[in-house]
Design a protein around this ligand. Structure first.
Ligand code: PLP
Length: 401
């Protein structure tokens, strides 16, 4: 007999749980796409997108997923044969590099592996070695969702400035925006990308690109941008439909307006970050306790380099795959698969999983997912330390003492 009947919980790092309010805001007849409410709503959404990134930059919205946003950024920043420097800390950084290469950009990659963040000293050295100033942009993920590492973006900016290198700083915040603290202006970011279905709590389908004045100027004359991906008409649209190169993503905009209101005007961004940080610490406390015996271990050892949105862990001997299957089948909780954690070419042993704590998620959801995992560890006789749930509860309790 399974205990999965009831409301299921999808605890994978995107799509995240969508608030009923967001879904209800989308449940409506199509609006006129030439004038009226949707035009005003879009102006509000664009302003709120700047607020959520703490950015005074320009914002373009694409009808795409995150992969589309990757290509939008690449298409505008580079011309064919230009050079990118990619700082890879997991599968997503590597994939962004592959997209750039596939579009005709020359890519130099510094691969920091899957368990440690990017090192600004190595970035600085690579930029110093670029005496001809061929590198046009540095590409880095804020949070690499595969490894769950979080990179220090301000430190990357400082390294670029220390060299006096003109390269743009382009950051993938698809997993981190509205989960982990991110400051576009303060951290000197030039290009930032995100997507609708993670911290922003809206169904998949929108990609976003924030663009600094410096990046706008640098992108003029770039020859990779096709009419659809060119960000200039979207950033500086003279007519409403030019924002979207055609029909607006009407219903997604209604949903996004609702989610941004929840994040910015009701809960407030500092509280949103604090909620994610607390839930993340609860997850780490449980994982640490389980790791005191047996095969369980957090992927990122240094807490300062861990994301507050998602946590990757290893359970050897295929334990991660077994546990994921048990949690879904027996308890209605779906955990994330391991992604790109094995050596290239090696068979996937099923040793990695990820639990998301991003977006519309609160204490009972995260504690519930953890308790289900602990039940699964017991049921499957996977060796683990005791007291994971007590440790997680203690973290959350300590906040309000
Ligand atoms: C989810 C994610 C992507 C890919 O987004 P899709 O919408 O699946 O295309 C890229 N980068 C990061 C950091 C992500 O978390």
């Amino acid at each position: 007999m399974s205990l999965a009947h009831g409301r299921p919980y999808l605890a994978i790092p995107g799509p995240s749980t969508m608030p009923d309010r967001v879904l209800r805001a989308m449940h409506r007849a199509a609006p006129n796409i030439y004038e009226g409410e949707i035009v005003d709503l879009t102006a509000t959404v664009l302003a709120d997108l700047r607020r959520v990134a703490l950015s005074s930059s320009h914002v373009a919205i694409y009808i795409s997923n995150g992969h589309g946003a990757w290509e939008a950024a690449i298409a505008n920043m580079f011309s064919k044969g230009d050079k990118a420097l990619v700082l890879a800390t997991g599968r997503f950084g590597i994939s962004w590099a592959e997209h750039a290469r596939g579009m005709g950009v020359e890519v130099e990659m510094i691969d920091f592996g899957r368990r440690t963040p990017a090192d600004s000293a190595r970035l600085e050295a690579a930029l110093r070695a670029d005496t001809e100033r061929r590198i046009k942009a540095v590409l880095v993920t804020h949070v690499d969702t595969a490894s769950s590492v979080r990179n220090d973006i301000a430190a990357m900016r400082a390294a670029i400035d220390a060299v006096g290198h003109p390269a743009l700083l382009a950051v993938d915040c698809i997993a981190s925006l509205a989960c982990d603290e991110f400051r576009f202006d303060d951290w000197g970011v030039d290009v930032m990308i995100a997507a609708s279905q993670k911290g922003l709590m809206v169904p998949p389908g929108l990609g976003f690109v924030w663009v600094s004045d410096k990046a706008v100027a640098a992108s003029r004359g770039s020859d990779l941008a096709t009419p659809y991906w060119n960000w200039h008409p979207r950033l500086f649209a003279e007519a409403y439909y030019l924002h979207f190169a055609g029909t607006a993503p009407t219903h997604h905009l209604y949903g996004l307006a609702e989610s941004l209101k929840m994040l910015l005007d009701e809960e407030g961004l500092p509280q949103v970050w604090a909620r994610h940080a607390a839930l993340a610490r609860a997850v780490w406390a449980a994982f640490d306790a389980w790791g005191q015996g047996g095969e369980f271990r957090l992927n990122i050892l240094d807490p300062a380099a861990r994301s507050n949105a998602v946590t990757a862990a290893r359970i050897g001997n295929g334990g991660a795959d077994q546990l994921r299957a048990w949690c879904e089948r027996e308890a209605g909780v779906t955990l994330g698969i391991g992604l790109g954690m094995t050596e290239p070419g090696a068979p996937d042993a099923g040793d990695y999983l990820r639990v998301a704590h991003m977006g519309h998620v609160n204490a009972h959801m995260t504690l519930g997912a953890l308790a289900v995992m602990e039940a699964g560890l017991q049921a499957l006789s996977i060796p683990h330390g005791r007291g994971g749930i007590a440790a997680a509860a203690a973290v959350l309790a300590a906040r309000t003492k």
